[in-house]
Design a binder for this molecule. Structure first.
Ligand code: SF4
Length: 360
């Protein structure tokens, strides 16, 4: 069976090096390059992809998720919503001595859930609970319906449409953006190739020294029927990657020269404090875009509000529940957000400031 090699290109250094490696080892007719466009990318990423296509003489297929159907279904759901159920807060029940009362099943056995801590599974007993308060209506109010239906139309931007459909932004715990905008698109592309009779090898630019989660990633593995993953860079360092590209006369994405330590969504929902400050100084238009998205997604949500960083109620940081402008303010502070950092605004936003020391 003929093999088809698929390289996912993101515009970052690792995927660029992976593409270069694949081009050196694989014949062109058995190689495909894809880019999953989230719609939350900096313009420089699109320009860099065009540069790569020209410099390497290869076509990079752009994949873009479309949520028109989901949005149409949600409109219908909201318009017809007439649920009468209420949603209650609950508290755990304790006995007279203050010990938790455990929930039991129909046979009188204590109920438990299997959870995981530090990679090790354990049984967590389930406490019996009781409803408190009068509860909240599950149904969309007429006011919320009118507000959401006025804005809930596909915009053609995958990231924004996804968030309007979900009524919220992704978060660290609910990182549905990666799955919906990247993973599903790449997998669908590869399944089409499998259906066309190919054995698919998915080249992934992943390094073990990137993070603890990736420290044990395997160089190659089977990921499905007639589908394998191949990760040629697992033992490389970031410097190896830059050197490899430089030896082949391929420029790094200019975003690396402007303070970005990673290339991808701008901003990513996992953006660090320093990165957020850099983005707000160098590309304030991206912050303005996110602010307009916060308004739109908020209008499309039942609560009437949505924040990009972080998703409401999922963290307990000093800037909990702040909108993007509040987060930008916080990014200019020191000591956990309690003191304004006068030096933060003095850093020259037009100077080269590569996090990898690419510019001397
Ligand atoms: S995790 Fe970050 S980079 Fe990945 S899709 Fe979500 S916002 Fe984009």
């Amino acid at each position: 069976m003929e093999a088809m090699h698929v390289v996912s290109v993101s515009g970052g250094k690792d995927s660029t090096a992976t593409l270069l490696l694949a081009m050196e080892r694989i014949s062109r007719e058995n190689l495909r390059a894809i880019f999953c466009d989230t719609g939350n990318e900096h313009q420089a990423v699109y320009e860099y992809l065009s540069y790569l296509e020209q410099a390497l003489d290869i076509q990079i297929d752009r994949l873009k998720a479309d949520f028109s159907e989901q949005i149409a279904d949600k409109r219908t759901f909201i318009a017809r919503d007439d649920r009468t159920r209420r949603q209650y807060d609950t508290v755990g029940i304790e006995d007279a001595a203050g010990n938790p009362v455990w929930a039991r099943d129909g046979f009188g056995k204590i109920r438990f859930k299997i959870k995981e801590k530090n990679g090790a599974p354990f049984c967590a007993l389930i406490q019996k609970t009781v409803k408190v308060g009068g509860g909240r209506r599950v149904r969309w109010t007429n006011k919320a319906k009118r507000r959401a239906l006025a804005v809930l139309h596909p915009t053609g931007n995958p990231f924004l449409d996804l968030c309007m459909w979900k009524g919220r932004f992704p978060s660290r715990k609910g990182q549905f953006c990666t799955e919906e905008l990247k993973r599903n698109m790449a997998v669908a592309y590869q399944i089409d190739l499998v259906d066309a009779g190919y054995r698919v090898i998915s080249w992934q630019g992943v390094r073990r020294d990137e993070s603890a989660r990736r420290s044990n990633v395997r160089k190659s593995e089977r990921i499905g029927p007639r589908m394998h993953a191949f990760r040629p860079l697992v033992e490389w360092t970031a410097l190896d990657v830059f050197n490899y590209c430089a030896q082949r006369s391929i420029q790094p994405n200019p975003l690396y020269l402007q303070g970005c330590s990673r290339v991808g969504c701008m901003p990513c929902i996992n953006v660090s404090k320093d990165e957020l400050r850099t983005i707000s100084q160098r590309w304030p238009e991206e912050i303005e875009r996110v602010a307009s998205w916060e308004w739109l997604v908020g209008q499309a949500s039942k609560r009437g509000a949505a924040t990009f960083l972080p998703a409401p109620g999922e963290t307990r940081t000093a800037v909990d529940r702040g909108n993007i402008w509040q987060r930008v303010e916080w990014s200019r502070t020191t000591r956990g957000g309690s003191q304004y950092d006068p030096l933060a605004d003095l850093s020259e936003p037009t100077a080269c400031s590569s996090a990898y020391g690419l510019c001397n």
